[in-house]
Design a protein around this ligand. Sequence first.
Ligand code: KG4
Ligand code: ZN
Length: 340
Amino acid sequence: MLVLGLESSCDDCSAAVVEETAREPVLKSLVRRSQDALHGPFGGVVPELAAREHLLQVRGTIQEALDQAGAKLEDLDRIAVTRGPGLVGSLLCTFSAGKALAWRENLPWVGVHHLLGHLNAARFANPDLPFPALALLVSGGHTHLYLAKDWTHLELLRKTRDDAAGEAYDKAARVLGLGYPGGPPVDACAQRAPKAAEPFTPPRFRDGKPAWSFSGLKTALKLRVERDPRLATRGAEDPAVQALCRSLQDAVADWLLRPIPEVAREHGAKSLIISGGVACNSELRLRAAALAEREGLVLAIPEPKLCTDNGAMIAAAGARLPLERGFALNADSDLRLAVD
Ligand code: KG4
Ligand code: ZN
C-alpha cells in the first residue's frame, strides 16, 4: 500500500511517500520545509506567519515528495494527514490540501492524531516491537508518557504540569542567546562542555501525583544568568555556557527517564518507545539505551529526521487507521486521543 503522509501542525511543512508492506513501513521519500529562519528572530513560532508560509509551501512540498518517490497521484492507495492537535491555521493548510486531493483523485483518506504519528515513527526503527510498550512522547508541545497496547491505542500515564521538555530547551536557548529552535544548539553546546556546571534541583510535588515539570528549569537558568550576565552573550564557544548546557541536558534526560523503570514494571511493559523532537537529544538517547539494557526493555527511538515533525510518521500511522467516510471531517487544534 502506497501512502502519502502530510504534516503541518506547527512550523514544518512536510510530505512523505511510504510503502506499507505486510511487515513494515518503507520510506520512499521525505520532504520537510523548515520555517526555523522565519520564526528564529522571534524566539518562537508566530502562528499567523506559520500558516501563511505553509500556504505557500504545501503544493511544492507534496509535489517534491511524489517526484522523489517516483510516484504519481494515481499510484497512491491512500492519503494520511495530520488532523490535530496543533496550530489551527497551520493544520488547515495540509488538512485541506489532503482532503482536496483525495476528493479530486477519488482516493481513500484518513485524518491522523499528531501523537499517534510520533508513536508510529518508531515503526521505522523496529516494526516488530513487543507490546505493551511505554511511549515517551517528548516535543516542543508535549511531554507525555503513554502505555501503548499496540501501534494505535494509547493510555495516558503521566504528563508535564507546565512546560514541555522541548519548550525548556527553546527557552534556555533564548536566555543564552543560542538561537531557535533551542534543542539542537544546546545539545551541541552540552556535548562540547569540558565539565558540567552545578546540577539543577529536580522539582518536588506536594500532592505526590505522577507528573513532570520543566518551567522551573528556565527560572533557575535565568537566576544563574542574572548572577553572571555575561553568560547571555558569550555564545556557544564559551566553556561556562557549555557547562550550563551540560547541566541542563543532564537534568532533562535524568528527569524524563527517572520514573520509567518503576512504571515499566508496574505495567509489565516489554518495550520503550521515545519519539518527538526531543528524542533527537544525544544525552537522552545514550541514557535511554543504558536504561533499556539494564531493565530488559526493547528500545525503539526513530532516527532524528523521523523524531521531529514529519510526513512519514503520519503516513505510517495512517496506514493502520480506519478510513474516513466522506469529507465532513475538519482539522481540530485540540484533538484528543480516543483514550487521553
Ligand atoms: O516534534 P517536534 O518537531 O515538534 C513539536 O511537535 O513540538 O519537536 C520540536 C522540539 C523543539 O522544542 C526543539 O527544540 C526540540 O524538539 N529538539 C530538541 C533537539 N532537537 C529538537 N531538544 C533537545 N535536543 C535536541 N537535539
Ligand atoms: Zn510533534
